[in-house]
Every structure is written in C-alpha cells, then in structure tokens.
Design a protein around this ligand. Structure first.
Ligand SMILES: [Zn+2]
Length: 164
C-alpha cells in the first residue's frame, strides 16, 4: 500500500507510514470497505435533472409565446378570410405549449422538492446518534428561583460583608 500523505510504499501490516508517520489504519479500513462511503445526496441527481427540465420548459414556453405572437400578427395584419381561423389555431397551439411548459416546470420543481426532502432525511439519519444533546436529558434548570426567594440578594450581600 502507498501512503496517502507522502506516497511512500509501506508494508500492508504497518499501522503508520514509515516515512511521515501518517495513520494508515484509516486508509486500510477504507480500502477494506469497513468505513461505509457516505451515500450521495439525491440532490446531486435531481438538480441537473431539474435544469434539463427547466430548459425544456423554457423551450416550450418560447415556442408557445412565438405561436401566440404569430397568431396576433396574422390576426391583425392579414386580410385573408381564413386568417381568423389560422390565428385561432395558432393561439390554441401556443396555449398548449405554454401549458406544457408550466407543467414541465412544476413537475421538475416537485422532483427537486422530493429530493430535498430525501436529502434532509438522509442528513437527519446520519447525524442522529450525536444529535441528542446532553442538556435535553437533564432536568431543566429553574431560572426564576432567584426572583422568587426574597432574601437571596440580602443574604449574598451579608455573606459578602461578613467575609471582609
Ligand atoms: Zn507517508
């Protein structure tokens, strides 16, 4: 095995690098798979996926908007008797594209939300053993006791004076 720190070849059974003293037990544990590699975050997959979906949504939205604009131009500019039908058809097509763009966007967004939720759960599960602070196990410390007992302030002052 090679030392990860200085690159010296070290015998397999050695616990520390003979050259620089790096702890090799960690390295051999990792090589043997004793330390489970942390699971990749679901967001790593979901975010680029969302960006692809977003690209598609934008393309559909632009197509839809283009069709609507064309419909408007045809409706306003053309004197042809079929222009109205043509512009209505273009408008319908435009609406469909915009609708698809919106649904693509929200579907992508929902997937990211899902992945975020999974990632949060994963994180919570990983930090679970150390997440319980000792303070929460001990009974709460009463903080108003000083205010309730009337003699405490005087008592303290008296003790202070007695000492001197
Ligand atoms: Zn070394």
């Amino acid at each position: 095995m090679f030392c990860p720190s200085c690159g010296t070849q070290v015998a397999e059974e050695k616990k520390f690098c003979t050259n620089c003293g790096t702890n090799l037990a960690v390295v051999s544990d990792a090589l043997a798979g004793r330390i489970a590699p942390s699971e990749p975050s679901p967001l790593l997959e979901a975010v680029p996926q969302f960006h692809r979906e977003l690209g598609k949504a934008v393309a559909k939205g632009v197509t839809g908007a283009g069709l609507l604009v064309t419909a408007m131009i045809v409706f306003l500019a053309s004197k042809h008797p079929d222009a109205l039908i043509f512009s209505v058809l273009l408008s319908v097509g435009g609406m469909i594209f915009i609708g698809k763009a919106i649904s693509t966007y929200y579907e992508g967004l929902a997937e990211v939300r899902q992945a975020e939720l999974l990632a949060a759960q994963q994180k919570a599960a990983q930090s679970m053993p150390s997440a319980t602070p000792l303070a929460s196990l001990s009974p709460p410390v009463p903080t108003t006791s000083n205010l309730i007992s009337p003699g405490s302030v005087v008592e303290h002052t008296t003790k202070h004076l007695e000492k001197n």
